[in-house]
Design a protein around this ligand. Structure first.
Ligand code: NDP
Ligand code: 8X3
Length: 306
């Protein structure tokens, strides 16, 4: 008895698998380059639409520039439209062919609705080559106050839950129909080390970022089969406007948060966000904790004495 037909069938199946892989790779613009004898795989962001919330400062603005430098086209949202205008100009300078911006308050469902309708019109305009969204970065958020629970203010609590938790949910729900299926699209949420551990004066911020982490995990389960990747990037101490906002505009107190240590920069996180989004389409970076070397744990920070 000959085993040739079985071998032939196996070969045909292998060829089909290979063809499928090549198809997927070209559909997602997988770029394979050789650098110093090493192979590097990444999917191209060129001309892909990237939507970033909280793009008026810090991580969001830096990420917009970094995605622009990678050839992506940007959709930027935040409440300070004058700052968005500046970011958009910088993004174009960095290399983006297009950078659009619009007012967005993630704490309000109506504002999120208006913003996403605007984004849909831009993405699906006749001149837009790729008519779907490739990356959604839920970055808008922050902390308000350092009060203990006993001293906490309703307005601070509500602002933190609104932006860091409900904002992520609202933006994701509204933008999901725009995200491409089976093409390496990503939802990347910006969490925090605060979502992984509690500290005094941080009860609500820690709860909010722990909420963001669990939303990310649930969403990944819910979206299985769509090809949409879902992950969270969770930084430690980074010097942006974060502490200035948390400490209600007290510049000296905000500076003190980073005194004597080398914090992360917005650029550090921006580069990581671009790296996550440009992995090959079959790779999902689930959860990434990034801390400065001087921060071994939330409350363990090394400070140099001058
Ligand atoms: P910044 O204060 O510099 O930036 C926060 C951004 O969020 C701004 O663009 C702000 O824009 C936007 N934002 C806040 N609330 C809203 C809202 N209701 N609607 C729309 N946009 C909003 O801080 P970071 O860049 O550091 O913070 C970005 C994210 O990173 C936040 O989610 C923060 O919690 C998180 N994070 C920060 C860390 C740090 O140490 N810096 C560490 C870990 C996580 P505008 O005010 O114009 O609306
Ligand atoms: C910001 C980092 O440590 O101030 O999310 O909570 S921390």
């Amino acid at each position: 008895m000959s085993c040739a037909p079985a071998a032939g069938l196996k070969l045909a199946a292998k060829t089909r698998t290979l063809e499928k892989l090549i198809e997927t790779a070209s559909a997602t613009n997988l770029v394979t380059t050789t650098k110093n004898g090493k192979m590097t795989n990444k999917s191209s962001l060129k001309n892909k639409w990237v939507l970033i919330t909280g793009a008026s400062s810090g991580f969001g603005a830096a990420a917009a520039r970094a995605f622009g430098a990678a050839g992506a086209k940007l959709l930027l949202g935040a409440r300070r439209v004058d700052r968005l205008k500046t970011t958009a100009a910088e993004v174009k300078k960095a290399g983006a062919s297009e950078a659009h911006f619009h007012y967005l308050d993630v704490a309000k469902t109506a504002s999120v609705g208006k913003f996403v309708s605007w984004a849909e019109k831009v993405v699906q305009s006749p001149k837009s080559k790729v008519q779907s969204l490739h990356v959604l970065i839920n970055n808008a958020g922050g902390a308000h106050g350092i009060d203990t629970v006993a001293e906490g203010k309703d307005a601070d609590w509500e602002a933190m839950i609104q932006s860091n938790v409900l904002g992520v949910l609202r933006m994701t729900r509204a933008a999901l129909p725009l995200l491409a299926r089976d093409a390496g699209a990503s939802i990347i949420n910006v969490g925090s080390v605060a979502g992984h551990g509690a500290y005094e004066g941080g009860a609500v911020y820690c709860a909010a970022k722990a909420g963001e982490l669990q939303i990310t995990r649930a969403l990944r389960l819910e979206l299985i089969g769509t090809g949409i990747r879902v992950g969270t990037v969770d930084p430690g101490l980074a010097e942006t406007e974060f502490s200035l906002v948390r400490l209600k505009g007290d510049t000296a107190a905000a500076k003190k948060v980073y005194a004597g240590m080398n914090p992360l920069t917005a650029g550090d996180i921006a580069e990581i966000l671009v790296w996550v989004a440009s992995r090959p389409a079959h790779v999902n970076v689930d959860e990434l904790i990034v801390k400065p070397v001087d921060q071994a744990a939330i409350g363990k920070v090394f400070r140099r004495k001058f």
